[in-house]
Design a protein around this ligand. Structure first.
Ligand code: C2O
Ligand code: CU
Length: 493
């Protein structure tokens, strides 16, 4: 072969490699501004094409044609609020209770922001003011099934609130339980750096405990804290008193929580009471990122107190003398914990059944080469748009073959866990809004589509969401007028 032929061959070979790479790179670039409704492809979950969608290609054009704007999906505008809160968001340095200085974000000068307390049935009104957060800010009510326009997702359910602007959230606190709120604008940065707080909804007749302690666990700049305090956090409790500890995992990974010096009951998961929870000893609860676990401890009569260990910080109840015990290797399994009772709907009567298979492969995400997450084999933004009609009974199989754990979070709904790895749930109905799916695991869940709008369904390891582990549920006949990017600078992840 002459050297010229060899050179030509080499060029052709190089081009053969580079040209498709270039094409993939180019194809992965996200537009400056886009609607989540234009993302990916429509998935009807094997169910009928819902009414309200135009005929023709199963594309998004039909969805945009008319329909109701989600902007109108709000709580009763005429009702006077029962709980009113003002939250001022700022960027800057602040001090943890321990004195450590942290760079990040505060609400009313503190992080975590104030715990908002409401009673079942209250209308809660929160006015968020962005004093000095340059990228804009929102508040998402994690675990509360709010009307869609109150969901706080920048570019999906509202515009990010720019500096000097404000936004008022109104929703009905119609389910008792432990919840939290956090920014859903640049959330992987803003949440980690402190834009979050707790929300507790109590029964009208009061919480069935003598002492009620919200425990927001958060890692600030390497410091593990409970309610912003590092190390041992004292809680007053007398012998014989019942203490309800509301653990909120605001971090990105699963967190073991356990009790030294007493047995405990796992009273609630993600805000829903467990039916007939048995006492637990020698086992930890693994709290999903974004998830909540309410632990009930009866203080020992001998005055020896108890410790609740949560990811490196601890609540010291009743002046406990105990020292930290090593983490149990066994965990409470909610699949079989508590006793069964009717869940209120029949998952066997499902209208649609979706797959959410999480994988990982090399490729380009918005022009960046890397190993990226996939949903059903597709990389963001080419992910499924799970499409439902109001009233559908929806099943979903979540499978993880990606090599990492993912705390999957569905907005606006609570899902009932039916099975894990083919093993059926036998305990109390296990309702989740945040569910850890370990590598190699699969779950079947079901829910009733009773809250119209466009809802995120994403990984709550927030950097994973920013790496594209995001899909949406949408109700046929609705559309969102908001968009990602553009002048609004909306960046929900
Ligand atoms: Cu706690 Cu989409 O978020
Ligand atoms: Cu993840």
């Amino acid at each position: 072969m002459s050297s010229r032929v060899r050179l030509v061959l080499a060029c052709v070979a190089t081009l053969a490699v580079i040209a498709p790479l270039g094409w993939f790179w180019q194809a992965s670039l996200l537009p400056e501004e886009y609607s989540v409704m234009d993302m990916g492809y429509v998935d009807f979950g094997g169910g009928p094409r819902p009414g309200g969608l135009a005929d023709g290609v199963a594309g998004h054009a039909g969805m945009h044609a008319g329909g109701t704007s989600i902007a109108g999906l709000v709580a009763d505008p005429d009702r006077r609020p029962d709980v009113r809160v003002d939250l001022r968001a700022e960027k800057g340095t602040f001090k943890l209770a321990s004195g450590r200085e942290v760079d990040g974000y505060t609400l009313n000068g503190q992080s975590p922001g104030p715990v908002i307390r409401a009673e079942e049935g209250d209308l809660v009104e929160v006015r968020l003011e962005n004093v000095s957060v340059p990228d804009g800010v929102t508040l998402h009510w994690h675990g509360v099934d709010v009307p869609n326009a109150m969901d706080g997702v920048a570019g999906v359910t509202q515009e990010a609130v720019r500096r000097g602007e404000s936004f008022t959230y109104r929703f009905l606190a119609d389910r008792v339980g432990t919840y939290w709120y956090h920014s859903h604008q640049l959330s992987h940065e803003q949440v980690q750096q402190g834009l979050l707080g707790g929300l507790v909804v109590s029964p009208r007749e009061g919480v069935p405990a003598d002492v009620d302690v919200p425990a927001l666990v958060h890692l600030y700049d390497g410091a593990r804290t409970i309610n912003g305090q590092e190390g041992d956090v004292p809680v007053r409790a007398l012998p014989g008193q019942t203490v309800r500890v509301r653990v909120v995992n605001t971090d990105n990974g699963p967190m073991p929580v356990w009790v030294t010096g007493s047995s405990y009951r796992l009273r609630a998961i993600d805000g829903t009471d467990v039916h007939q929870p048995a006492p637990v000893t020698g086992e930890a609860v693994l709290v999903t990122a974004g998830g909540r676990a309410d632990l009930e401890i009866v203080m020992p009569q001998d005055g020896s107190g108890a410790r609740v260990e949560a990811g490196g910080a601890a609540l010291v109840l009743g002046g406990a003398k105990h020292t930290e015990s090593p983490a149990p290797t066994e965990f409470v399994d909610p699949l079989s914990y508590g006793s069964p009772r009717p869940a209120g709907f029949d998952p066997a009567e499902s209208t649609r059944s979706f797959e959410y298979v999480i994988g990982r492969r090399p490729g380009f995400l918005d022009g960046r080469p890397g190993l990226w997450w996939t949903v059903n084999g597709h990389m963001f933004p080419d992910v499924p748009m799970f499409t439902v009609a109001q009233g559908d009974v929806v099943r979903m199989r979540i499978e993880n073959e990606s090599g990492d754990v993912h705390p999957m979070h569905l907005h606006g709904h609570h899902a009932l866990v039916l099975s894990r790895d083919g093993v059926e749930a036998t305990g109390s109905p296990w309702w989740v809004d945040s569910l850890d799916v370990q590598d190699g695991e699969s779950y079947e869940v079901a829910f009733v589509a009773d809250n119209p709008g466009v809802w995120m369904d994403h990984c709550h390891n927030l950097p994973h969401a920013a790496e594209g582990l995001v899909a949406h549920f949408m109700y046929a006949g609705y559309h969102t007028p908001y968009s990602i990017g553009g002048n609004g600078g909306n960046r929900p992840e």
